[in-house]
Design a protein around this ligand. Structure first.
Ligand SMILES: [Zn+2]
Ligand SMILES: [Zn+2]
Length: 157
């Protein structure tokens, strides 16, 4: 297994012990699949991969229960616009505001903290008398790799 994935899983196991929450084999199996996946993955694809690997008899409810746990603990994020899930790269920070940059071509998702943007949104909310609890910023476009591929084929044609 990828050493980076191994490192992340070890850190998360430690966090679960500190928080006295149980990282059951099902939860761990789902987390492992998400951390191995490059980008965001749908619950349907997770179920498919889980059945092929750790849990051949996994049910949709297994996935949803595991996903809920991982979301609650802040280990993963849900990408609303594509209804898929990805590993949080700042899971060791208890809460953070983030923006997602989603590649429409390869589906890779980059997570960036939103320092500055958060203030602007709060000010905008204040002007309209709105009390904002949370916000989700999801930007769609092309990653460096995919824009280069497109430029390359454009220049050749
Ligand atoms: Zn995050
Ligand atoms: Zn891409």
């Amino acid at each position: 297994m990828n050493t980076n994935v191994q490192k992340i899983l070890t850190q998360i196991k430690k966090l679960c012990e500190q928080r006295c929450v149980r990282l059951t084999p099902q939860r761990l199996a789902v987390l492992r699949l998400i951390s191995q996946y490059n980008g965001a993955i749908s619950a349907y694809n997770l179920l498919h991969l889980l059945r092929q690997s750790a849990l051949p008899h996994a049910k949709p409810s297994t996935i949803y229960r595991a996903l809920n746990f991982l979301l609650e603990q802040g280990f993963i994020h849900r990408i609303e616009s594509t209804n898929s899930f990805m590993l949080c790269h700042y899971f060791f920070e208890l809460s953070h505001n983030f923006a997602f940059f989603i590649c429409n071509s390869c589906k890779q998702v980059t997570e960036q903290t939103t320092k500055g943007i958060e203030e602007i949104l709060q000010n905008m909310a204040k002007i309209t008398g709105f009390t904002m609890f949370n916000n989700i910023i999801e930007a769609h476009g092309l990653c460096t790799k995919c824009i280069n591929i497109q430029l390359h084929s454009y220049l050749r044609s």
